[in-house]
Design a protein around this ligand. Structure first.
Ligand code: PMT
Length: 409
């Protein structure tokens, strides 16, 4: 299925729904988790069932919804603690002030709080309430207690609330919750405790205040790499050129424009990093000087003098050789002809561990599209050709290769 997300596939996730107006968004979250391949059980408080009917969640998950602790049938089918014991992750969305207070005090007075108390996996809280309730010292203290005990939290966000007022208390959007769930599940993965720097998108080299030298990179390949590394537990820094994409939850995101700015951001992030993966299309040349004001039309022809930009990958790889810094360096080679020969020349010239040879001449591969066709080449010259895949799947493979290199003694 197109929407499947490897880190969520086959994972047992319990969605706990409490009684707030945002309960309707929990249906969207549940649907997204199911489409991503998770096995989802829903547990509701009686108040939640006043906002959204349990049948909605049952239809989305094809499983019975846990609601009534004292129903003999439910007890046989679900068991009042078995859901919590089985859960690899419990997401409580929305989490009302009332439920947060109960959890902070270890209460187990309904199916949801009982499941949470019995839960052995991580719990992700998604608070949603009026801002006055959120700001209340009692709620803030309850959140502190829960976070000290290891509960994770996403949101609440600021914006228009159910009352019509504006303030902090809106439930995070289902996409954000799903991404935070991936971050939580990725903790303990093969890249846990390791910093990975990823670059994405194209750089823009200013000609004057309104024009630039640029390229067609959308950032999709680099962002997919950042998600894959984050899903494996890495502390990701994503350095990107101009793009409209959103980065992974939990990652440090740095926006830059020019090659020079990208180099500064990479050099700033690289000390101590386990890996650098550069999918960014960095300009090789920039206008020697950018005009202070918009250049006016004059003669028929115009010459632009260009100067080489710094080679970021080669700089990092070179520093590594000098300082013994163990950062694994992975580059891309965007080519339109002699793809493998050119990529092999680049891995040697830049001193990299891996290079991803990317034929950017085909319509379904390279710049802008959601798919890619690449060959991964290692420093010994071994080549692994991948078929046409989604950029997400290509990214998963590249990050798996990074993890394999890091596992080597
Ligand atoms: O962003 P998308 O639309 O998803 O497109 C993805 C992509 C086609 C941009 C990506 O898959 C890709 O191939 N990126 C590398 C593009 C590129 O600049 O290739 P290159 O062969 O010119 O550079 C070789 C390597 O050196 C790259 O890793 C590049 O990031 C790096 N480089 C290049 C120039 C420079 N001054 N400094 C660098 O570090």
């Amino acid at each position: 299925m197109d929407n499947e997300i490897p880190i969520l596939q086959g994972r047992h996730i319990v969605v706990g729904v409490t009684g707030g107006i945002a309960a309707y968004k929990a249906a969207d979250l549940t649907s997204q988790l199911v489409k991503a391949g998770a096995n989802v059980d829903v547990v509701m408080t009686p108040a939640a069932a006043e906002f959204v009917r349990p049948l909605t969640f049952q239809a989305l998950t094809h499983r019975p919804v846990a609601l009534d602790m004292f129903s003999l049938l439910q007890e046989t089918e679900i068991g009042h603690v078995s859901l919590g014991k089985r859960a690899e992750l419990m997401i409580i969305a929305p989490a009302t002030a009332n439920t947060l207070a109960k959890l902070a005090h270890g209460m187990a007075d309904n199916m949801l709080t009982t499941t949470a108390l019995a839960c052995r996996g991580p719990i992700l809280l998604v608070p949603a309430m009026e801002s006055g309730m959120w700001d209340n010292p009692a709620t803030l203290a309850n959140m502190d207690v829960l976070q000290q005990r290891g509960y994770h939290a996403v949101g609440p966000e600021s914006g228009r609330l159910a009352s019509g007022a504006t303030g902090t208390g809106r439930m995070a959007e289902p996409e954000t919750i799903l991404d935070a769930a991936r971050w939580v599940l990725g903790r303990g993965g093969p890249l846990s405790g390791m910093a990975v720097v990823v670059t994405a998108g194209g750089t823009r080299e200013a000609i004057d205040p309104v024009r630039f030298v640029g390229n067609h990179s959308s950032g999709k390949m680099g962002f997919a790499l950042a998600f894959a590394a984050r899903d494996r537990g890495a502390d990701v820094t994503l350095i990107h050129g101009t793009t409209s994409l959103s980065g992974p939850y939990g990652a440090k995101i740095v926006a830059v424009e020019s090659a020079e700015q990208m180099q500064a951001a990479v050099l700033d992030s690289i000390p101590g990093a386990a890996g650098l993966v550069m999918a960014a299309a960095v300009a090789d040349y920039r206008p020697t000087s950018a005009a202070e004001h918009k250049i006016k039309k004059q003669a028929e022809d115009m010459c632009l003098e260009l100067t080489r930009t710094p080679d970021i990958l080669a700089t990092v790889a070179g520093q590594r050789a000098r300082s013994g810094h163990p950062t694994v360096a992975i580059g891309f080679a965007a080519e339109t002809q002699d793809v493998l020969e050119n990529a092999r020349a680049k891995i040697a010239r830049k001193g990299l561990d891996l290079i991803v040879a990317n034929d950017v001449s085909a319509a379904d591969s390279g710049f802008g599209v959601d798919t890619n066709r690449v060959t991964i080449i290692d420093a010994a010259g071994r080549a692994e050709s991948l078929p046409l895949m989604s950029k997400a799947a290509v990214a998963e493979t590249i990050i798996d290769r990074l993890a394999e290199i890091l596992r080597r003694p």
